[in-house]
Design a protein around this ligand. Sequence first.
Ligand SMILES: C[S@@+](CC[C@H](N)C(=O)[O-])C[C@H]1O[C@@H](n2cnc3c(N)ncnc32)[C@H](O)[C@@H]1O
Length: 254
Amino acid sequence: MLGCTTGHRFDLARQGYVSLLSGRGTAHRSDTADMVTARTRVFADGLYSPLQDAVARACIDPAPGIVVDAAGGTGAYLAAALGGSERIGVSLDLSKACARAAARVHPRAISVVADLWSAIPIADGVAARVLSVFAPRNPAETARVLAPGGAWVIVTPNPGHLAEIVEPMGMLRVGEGKSDRLEADLRADFVVEQTSVVTARRELSASRLADVAGMGPAGFHRTRDELAAAARALAGDGSVAATLDVTLTVARRR
Ligand SMILES: C[S@@+](CC[C@H](N)C(=O)[O-])C[C@H]1O[C@@H](n2cnc3c(N)ncnc32)[C@H](O)[C@@H]1O
């Protein structure tokens, strides 16, 4: 059990994570167990490894401090960021299914269920890096937990991301105005230090295609059977090509 100075007590789940949600829970939607299983298979096949490598490179830094993966999902990016360093990492996610996966992702990773919109449950100024990968962002809380000189590593999809499969698989398009929203999030407390585009072409079998669609928002509104049928129609017994196309932004806290 964990406790705080104001007397709250939080149980450690058998699966190795701690939930900091209050009894009232949350109104927000978070990833389901099926989405986590799909995501785990996609990552195990290395389909997103160029992106995980890019995040890891953005976290190489001798400065002290922990790494916080905000809305970290299965914690795969956190594990890449911790790599061989001595750092400790914390994966935060609203989803218990994600927290279960993140609890096993790296020996120096701690997994926490928390709602990013309330607060990031981390002390002021202790993080060398905060990661926001395909994730909701809370700029004020991110600035608060970053150490002076620490950096926010953000991954956002470009319009070409998975463009070949978005429509046939019933996935969401990248919304217009995403880069404006990022700029607005960074304006008050951050200076952009680096932006890079990461692209990679992937061959997806029908089952991996269903996973790539099902691990994202399509997993909320299409059943696994619907996704599998759409994937078979597209890839048959072979495969279909899809392009990863994202922007990685490193923004330093002022
Ligand atoms: C698209 S997934 C990205 C996960 C991970 N960063 C990755 O790329 O593998 C978005 C994540 O945000 C989490 N999430 C959504 N709303 C949240 C909130 N209010 N607080 C914390 N996590 C949240 C979801 O549960 C999900 O794991």
